[in-house]
Design a protein around this ligand. Structure first.
Ligand code: MG
Length: 110
């Protein structure tokens, strides 16, 4: 499913119960917190069954993100495409600035 399709489907499904704009943002924040909780349980408490839970929470974040785009009437697919087009130049800059540090941190943390 493409982003535009998912956004349209969600707009249709939530037609009668879409959050007000501020609540849509709060719902997204709430779901990001649930992702943090699932990652904490997986990484720190070694509850490896949490990986399935993380999958569901990531999907919740995406749903809330699509809803937030809908309440602000933003074409998220177009916005993403625009960002992706500018990404290679930014990656070149990030690579020059951060590659050594990130390599070091991956060796320490992964
Ligand atoms: Mg959730």
């Amino acid at each position: 499913m493409e982003i535009k399709q998912a956004q349209a489907l969600l707009r249709k499904l939530l037609k009668e119960i879409q959050h007000p704009r501020l609540a849509a943002f709060i719902a997204l924040s709430e779901e990001v917190g649930e992702v943090a909780d699932a990652v904490m349980k997986y990484e720190v408490y070694e509850e490896h069954q949490q990986l399935d839970h993380l999958q569901g929470e990531l999907a919740d974040v995406l749903i809330c993100l699509l809803e937030l785009a809908n309440v602000y009437d933003i074409d998220l697919e177009a916005a993403l495409q625009k960002k992706l087009e500018g990404l290679p130049a930014r990656i070149t800059q990030w690579t020059q600035q951060l590659q050594g540090l990130l390599d070091k941190k991956r060796k320490q943390w992964d």
